[in-house]
Design a protein around this ligand. Sequence first.
Ligand code: KG4
Ligand code: ZN
Length: 334
Amino acid sequence: MIKSDVLILGIESSCDDTSVAVVVNGRKVLSNVISSQIDIHKKFGGVVPEIASRKHIENISTVADISLQKAGVKLNDIDAVATTYGPGLVGALLVGLSYGKGLAFSLNKPLIGVHHIEGHICANYIESDFEPPFICLVVSGGHTNLILVKDYTRYEVLGKTRDDAVGEAFDKVARTLGLGYPGGAKIDALYKDEFVTIPFPRAFLEENSLDFSFSGLKSSVLNYINNTKYIDTAVVASSFQKAVVDVLIKKTMDCCAREGISKVAMAGGVSCNSFLRNMMKLSCEEKGYILNMPESIYCTDNAAMIASSAYYNFIKGKISPLNLNAQPMLRLSE
Ligand code: KG4
Ligand code: ZN
């Protein structure tokens, strides 16, 4: 470590993962501890916000202690404290934000509030030398976007979902198939090309639109399941996944062509999907585009991505006030 290195402690608690990380200069991860609540929420078939907030309160100090220990640094070595302040579940966000504020105040170090989706995008800088500008396909449980990443802190949303987020569609289809929650990874594991036999609809929308719509596909799959006597789970799951991925790939390629950009990245939990990753790789190779995909652990919610995003704000002097509030519907900064 050299004296000019910037060490940021990141905190993420916007949904059901409590995570604290220590990251150097936005790219090198010293620790990234994640305490998942999936086992608690899965019996309810989805995240229960009140339970999530309470679990964050129970876990956050321990997760922070372990993270510092793993990184081999003391609180005083930290240059700034970063915390997600939106979008997300308000009660859950407040836990990480309040903890971060307390730390920043007591250490007399800057606080940096981070937009959760900017964090997901910045996962592309972790342990890589990838740089903007690029087009990022953001696919998570709550978001589906095509974003022009102009530089490390400036973004333009070029396409968004008009209804369900893609992760939400994965989770609903998986739940109806009896695969449990969260279902994305379960559908992923069942996928085989030869199982794609049901012609579920692909919503490409109007010509030139970079927006998405998954509610028609979701309803079509649910209708199929409710109206068919003998369901082959792997066939339904694979046919659904293929319909989703076809749309995601086509829109991403269209977006690059329209913007004249030949660098592509992915972000968010659904970008763990192995079929999506393979297809994106093939499509980018075909077009001669450069592709970056974060490692799976940095695709789903984690605090390293929050510390990474904070670093680029920190070096531009973008510091948050200590009266920063949680913003459940926070929009991306242009
Ligand atoms: O980014 P994330 O951890 O949380 C949000 O910010 O929403 O994304 C969670 C979503 C869930 O909907 C989950 O089913 C989905 O990511 N997911 C996947 C896979 N792994 C996680 N979807 C498809 N294939 C996967 N392998
Ligand atoms: Zn997320």
